[in-house]
Design a binder for this molecule. Structure first.
Ligand code: GLY
Length: 437
């Protein structure tokens, strides 16, 4: 079966690899030539992923049977609608359903209307003085978010460390002036985790939980990035998540899919729940309408079921089950120095892929071209997979030694110490947990 893959990051390399392993003949489109995808694709077209007409032209030229959309930006442009109107069944939500990620107020109103568990208090404002007086009356810390996409690098959260809400109000005003509207939410403290599911619009099939490291530097410091790495555990849970928390979070995602169906915008594809494990249980920080990047690289390499079969189930509305190996995984992203604020671009990174593989690690290419010149975003990821998290982390760390250049990465992704820090945070929120992964 000919499958079109849209997107050229580490996430898409992992999707492409899993599709090919599942028997697909791969046709890829992305704005830069990803060397890892190039190697496994029959044909490769260069186009901005958001130029949906160009993507359609290539899909028709190649006569693909199915399409799989990696990033969120083309979803917002209605790429699924367009491909499906032209007879190409596509994994990913149509534009109206992708609003769950592309319009943060849509997600909050949906949760409120359908009483979806894990919701939190929010308001949307288009008036600066109403916003200011609401925050004053509210009297507790708030989080300020733009409603739309923020380049896939996470929502800018202001007010998280504030003693008062003055900075939050100033930022909210800036957003009203820029975008016309702003989302204000009550602040929720806790430990964040990622829960991704496959869905055909009715059935919801869970993937192993993962935890992302969004900060640029070790010890969870520095600016927020697209994610500097992530880990998952052998038992597909996380050390600080009880079965009850897990079931609640899964029910939240199931209720979301039911609500989307009731609204007349059935949701199909991958639904990503970014949860905060708060004192009161799992709370939705946001939804994403696609795989996480890096989290796709935790779950797809251990997927036992054919991703092609799953993709067909999603588009045909008869999604079956998905089996994953019982392995722990650690993904470490390597970024150019200066990322994310002022990355070095145009310099080469040296990669001894043979040596990385000798160490037992996997490699996923991202923001590098065919000459391994870094293009400014996260360049490549090294993945360790093993029976324990410690071993998986060691494999990834050994692999990463064979990458050289003007790069940096977080040594602490998946280390016992960093996971224990998260466990201790969970304990502060009343969880009775101990290290196990
Ligand atoms: N890792 C966060 C994201 O994919 O949005």
């Amino acid at each position: 079966m000919k499958v079109l893959l849209v997107g050229g990051g580490g996430r898409e390399h992992a999707i492409g690899e899993a599709l090919v392993k599942g028997g697909a003949e791969l046709y890829a489109v992305s704005k830069h030539p990803n060397p890892g995808i190039r190697r496994i694709a029959k044909e490769y077209g260069l186009s901005k992923e958001t130029d949906v007409q160009k993507v359609l032209e290539l899909a028709l030229k190649w006569n693909v049977d199915l399409a799989f959309i990696g990033p969120e930006a083309p979803l917002e442009r209605g790429i699924v609608d367009l491909l499906e109107e032209n007879g190409i069944p596509t994994v990913g939500p149509v534009r109206d359903a992708a609003r769950i990620e592309t319009d943060k107020s849509f997600a909050r109103y949906l949760m409120e209307k359908h009483r979806i568990p894990g919701r939190k208090l929010f308001r949307v404002f288009d008036d600066v003085s109403e916003m200011r007086s609401w925050i004053d009356d509210f009297g507790r810390p708030v989080v300020v978010k733009p409603l739309g996409l923020t380049g896939g690098k996470g929502v800018k959260v202001v007010g998280y460390h504030l003693r008062d809400n003055e900075e939050a109000k100033a930022y909210a005003r800036e957003l009203i002036e820029r975008d016309g509207r702003v989302l204000i939410e009550e602040r929720t403290d806790g430990v964040e985790f990622t829960f991704q599911v496959f869905t055909d619009g009715k059935r919801v099939i869970p993937m192993p939980l993962a935890q992302d490291y969004p900060h640029a530097f070790e010890g969870d410091t520095g600016p927020i990035t697209g994610g500097m790495g992530s880990y998952s555990c052998k038992n597909h849970r996380l050390p600080f998540i009880t079965e009850e928390d897990y079931e609640k979070a899964l029910e939240t995602l199931k209720a979301t899919v039911r609500a989307m169906k009731k609204e007349g915008t059935p949701y199909k594809g991958i639904l990503y729940g970014q949860f905060m494990l708060a004192r009161e249980g799992p709370v939705v920080i946001e939804y994403n309408a696609r795989f996480g990047d890096p989290e796709a690289m935790n779950v797809l390499p251990i997927l036992r079921t054919s991703l092609l079969e799953i993709a067909e189930g999603i588009v045909d509305g008869n999604l079956g089950s998905a089996e994953f190996e019982e392995k722990a995984t650690v993904v470490k992203y390597i970024a150019p120095r200066g990322y994310p604020t002022d990355p070095i671009r145009g310099v080469k990174v040296q990669i001894r892929e043979d040596k990385i593989r000798e160490e037992g690690a996997g490699v996923y290419y991202a923001s590098v071209d065919e000459n391994l010149t870094m293009l400014g975003s996260r360049a490549l990821a090294i993945v360790g997979i093993a029976d324990t998290l410690e071993e998986a982390e060691e494999i990834a760390s050994r692999g990463i030694k064979h990458v050289e250049g003007e790069i940096f990465y977080r040594k602490d992704v998946g280390t016992r110490e960093s996971v224990e820090r998260r466990i201790n945070l969970a304990k502060e929120f009343g969880r009775d947990v101990r290290y196990s992964c």
